[in-house]
Design a binder for this molecule. Sequence first.
Ligand SMILES: [Zn+2]
Length: 269
Amino acid sequence: MMHSFIPPQRFFPYLSWTDIDSMEDKENVVIVQPIGAIEQHGPHLPIAVDAAISLGVLGKALEKLPPEIPCYALPCLYYGKSNEHWGFPGTISLSATTLLSVITEVAESVYRSGFRKLILMNSHGGQPQIMEIAARDIHQKYQDFSVFPFFTWRVPHIAKELLTPQELEYGIHAGDAETSILLALLPDQVQMSQAVKEYPQGLPQDGLVSMEGKLPFAWLTKELSKTGVMGDATAATKEKGDRLLASVSDGWVQVIKDVYRFRQPTSKF
Ligand SMILES: [Zn+2]
C-alpha cells in the first residue's frame, strides 16, 4: 500500500487532478509534507526511523482529525540532511542546498495547484533550520502562501512523564523515545536484543557551550558515540511507545486544526 500509515482518504497522491481542481475552499485546505531521514539509528533500529515517525504520527493524527477539516498528506520525503551521521553505513544524505531546493520546488508546486497552507512536518533533529529558511523564503516570494516549518516533537506531549531526566536531556538519538515509538509503529523492524545504552561522551562541563542547548557546538555522531545511539534504548517498551504516539498525535490534531483556522497577518503599515 502506498499510503502506509496515512488513512487512504487523506493521502494526496490518491487524488485525481479533477478532484484537486474542484476542491472547495482550497486556500484553507491543509497540506502536510512529512519529512524524515535515512540515517543510522544504532544497531537495533532501522535507518528509516525519522520517516516512520513522521508518517506514523501524522497517520494517527489524521485518523483522529474530524472529517470536516480538510487535510492531505503528501508522499513522505524519506531523504534528509544527515551528514552528522557519516561514518555509519546506510546513512544517505542530501546536501543543505539540495534539500532546500526540493522543499522549495514541492512547495511551489503545491502553491500552483491552488493551495495556500503547507506544513513541513519534520522529524529529524539535524534539519529544522533548513525548513525554517525554506518557509521564510517561500512566504516572502508568495505572500498569500502560509508555510509552517514544524518539528514533530515540539507539540505538547507526555515524554516528561515517561522518560528519565537524563534521557530527556541526552537521549537525543535512537534512545528510549525513538525506540519505544518504533516498537509501537514497526515492532518487526526493531531488534531489542541489539539495543544499547550509550550517552554522549566527552561533553563540555560547567560552561555555556553544550551539545543541544542555546549555545551549541557542531558535532558528528562518531565523535560522541561508538554505537550511534545517544540515549538508553534498553529502557524502551511498546507500552511507552503507544502512549507517546497517542500524545504526540493528539498534539498534531491540534496543530492541524490551528493551521486550518490560521489567517496570515496582513496589516499594512
Ligand atoms: Zn531519529
